[in-house]
Design a protein. Structure first.
Length: 191
């Protein structure tokens, strides 16, 4: 054990002081990395998934304190963004859409009563479903929050841990509109 530590120290010093040795080491290291690229990547991924928080905190700290690194990052990011602008915007759009879809599902599963469907007509197509303010003051409420409608409102609900006030129900767009205009949905009037 001690021999190993001594040996490693000797190697480190040699690496630092002997340029020929250093070059040889680098070549050897590069070829090792090339040969084991897949395994090394996998290892990296595993370590990252375990130590994610620590690694990211360290990176953030370094980014904050190291101006050179910051400049380099900005330059690289700018380069990358400039060259791949269209692709990035497209990807971002797709990601956003996917995220909003999942968010809506999450919100609706919190506010539904067992099954995600219109509480008036049983419509289940999620794209038709909306969150209805029971006392028809949704627009006013959202304006007071300044969160916008749709995804903005969903993000507000998630952030605030799914508040129960004001009362929200799931209605399809038709039932929601009918209720807003006539205060009672025609479905209910017939009954
Ligand atoms: Zn309905
Ligand atoms: Zn209805």
């Amino acid at each position: 054990m001690i021999d190993r530590i001594k040996e490693n120290r000797r190697r480190r010093i040699k690496y630092r002081d002997d340029p020929v040795y250093r070059e040889r080491c680098k070549k050897c290291r590069d070829s090792y990395r090339k040969r084991n690229r897949r395994n090394l990547l996998m290892k990296k991924r595993v370590v990252y998934s375990i130590k994610k928080n620590i690694i990211n905190a360290k990176r953030r700290l370094r980014y904050k304190e190291d101006e050179k690194l910051r400049m380099l990052c900005a330059e690289r990011a700018g380069d990358y963004y400039g060259k791949n602008k269209e692709k990035i915007i497209r990807q971002r759009g797709a990601y956003q859409q996917e995220y909003n879809k999942k968010l809506k599902l999450k919100i609706f599963s919190h506010y539904c009563k067992g099954v995600i469907k219109c509480e008036c007509c049983d419509e289940t197509e999620i794209d038709f479903l909306t969150l209805d303010h029971d006392n028809n003051d949704g627009a006013k409420h959202r304006r007071s929050l300044g969160c916008g409608s749709g995804s903005g409102f969903y993000r507000y609900l998630k952030k605030n841990n799914y508040p129960q006030k004001p009362r929200l129900s799931i209605l399809c767009f038709n039932c929601n509109m009918a209720k807003a205009h006539h205060s009672v949905c025609p479905h209910k009037r017939k009954k």
